[in-house]
Design a protein around this ligand. Sequence first.
Ligand SMILES: *[C@@H]1O[C@H](CO)[C@@H](O)[C@H](O)[C@H]1NC(C)=O
Length: 362
Amino acid sequence: MMLNLVLPLLYLFSPMVLGSPIGDLFSVIDNSDSPSDSPPDSPTDSPPTSPTSSKLVVAHYMVGNTNRYRVDDWETHIQRADNTGFDAFALNIGNDAWQIGQLKRAFEAAGRHENFNLFISLDMNSIPCNTQDDAGFMDAISQFFDDPQYQLYDGKPLLSTFSGQDCTFGHASVVDGWKYALSRSRRMIHFVPSFFAQDGGFPHDLAAMDGGFNWNSAWPVGRSNISFHSDSNWINDLGGRTYMAGVSPWMFAHYSSATLNKNMIYYMDEWMLTKRWEQLIEHRQQVDIVQAITWNDFGESHYIGPLLSSESQPGSEEWTTGYDHTPWLDLFAFYINAFKTGTYTIFARPYISLGSTLSCDG
Ligand SMILES: *[C@@H]1O[C@H](CO)[C@@H](O)[C@H](O)[C@H]1NC(C)=O
């Protein structure tokens, strides 16, 4: 089950050569000791902002891959994410009871890093949501909302989802269903789900939302360059509610019909990752939270965190073994800082990041 990929071209991206042809690299290195150089495409006249930022940058974390973790494994990941500039992990939990036990370990580890928080992202492709009883997961997760490391937003526990736009929890409508499910926690919650709409646009008539997470903003949908179009639509439709945007290095999966039957590759050419970050920074006044997709989803290949021996993979070893993605964390650190402060800080030393583009062969 090998992925049939062509890896023909090295492309170079660096904070100093963003969007530039490779030939510019050498002049960039020549110029590297003039610290006022700005990346050619950067928004150099973005307005100055206060050094303290309310903006959050978080990373999606598949708890489903952690069943062998001990507290120390959580801490290794938290330390790495904290050092990169992330504020929190969005812990994706599914329907397995053991995942609640791993949440406890995660919070114990986060307790050793006072600047790093956690919040829950309900995977509604896994958690059933047809009956009132299905909302019982709220009882199980509410215990974490008072933890000092639980991420708050507007003073309330932040709760997100993957999907869930059809959940009714035994009620007449999706709105009533989610209002009921959230009420089971008996407290105010800041609910920012990633609901999907049939047409790929904004999911209308969802008054239960305090904000929206535009999951598919992280990649071009179809064969086009990454853009801020769907972000703008969501921001308009949210009408002042919290907007959470996605960013991802890429996405591909190669599961045979005997396993997950999932074969896909998204268009990621044309400097997709760096362009996306620069779009988010250019529009940072409209973007409240950026969520990186993902820290550890090996099955869809968009992990940026380290692959420790304690990870449990969903059968993706064939295309992850030996493919360390953590060099991306340096690039993320650069952009996270720019997103939070509104200013690109040029590295003191020349920094070159090498990668290769993936494309399908036939
Ligand atoms: C993406 O943009 C580049 C120019 O910046 C263009 O050459 C290329 O055709 C575009 N790709 C797609 C799929 O539209």
